[in-house]
Design a protein around this ligand. Structure first.
Ligand code: HEM
Length: 152
């Protein structure tokens, strides 16, 4: 059986740890700190729940935190810039290295693909003139063309 992306990265505990480390670093980053100044103490946990669900885990975000529409609404009107988006992705990947998240080529290609996709949508939805549809279904992300984790 091919593991889900969430299973491969150590389950929800592994993802929560990554997000805790990441949002601590975000709060100390000059470009991102103003964007996340009002984030709730639960922010890292909620983002981990969302990404965990997308990566094949339990439906925690859908059942407890408002689902995909709520995630989209959190970005609406924030006028995020591409520079902020790039820093967000770069910092998250640095933290993935720091916490020892899987670094096999297969996992990282799937992880980066999702982060590029999701972060670009967040920027689009955050523009003041954006025509946002919040009713899109929860995304589901898998291994893509690499089809599964690295095997020797
Ligand atoms: C794959 C990409 C992304 C995902 C999955 C994601 C997910 C989320 C989720 C689930 C929330 C709501 C958290 C909660 O329920 O408390 C949220 C809020 C937010 N996100 Fe994102 N996000 C992404 C990209 C970005 C990027 C690139 C930025 C900015 C550079 C950003 C800025 C924010 C901000 C400002 C909030 C609201 C924080 C607050 O409550 O004050 N997001 N995001």
């Amino acid at each position: 059986m091919v593991p889900t992306l969430l299973e491969w990265m150590g389950g929800i505990g592994g993802l929560e740890h990554l997000m805790e480390v990441f949002y601590t670093r975000v709060a100390a980053d000059e470009l991102l700190e103003p964007v996340f100044r009002s984030m709730s103490p639960e922010h890292a946990k909620h983002v981990a729940a969302f990404v965990g669900e997308v990566f094949g885990g339990p439906k925690t975000y859908s059942e407890g935190y408002g689902g995909h529409p709520a995630m989209i609404r959190h970005h609406v009107g924030r006028a995020l810039s591409d520079a902020q988006r790039k820093r967000w992705v770069t910092l998250l990947l640095e933290c993935a290295d720091e916490v020892g998240a899987p670094d096999d080529p297969e996992f990282r290609s799937a992880f980066v693909a999702y982060l590029e996709w999701g972060s670009r949508l967040a920027v689009i939805n955050s523009q003041p003139e954006a025509d946002v549809t919040t009713e899109a279904p929860m995304p589901s992300w898998g291994w893509g063309e690499v089809k599964g984790p690295y095997t020797k």
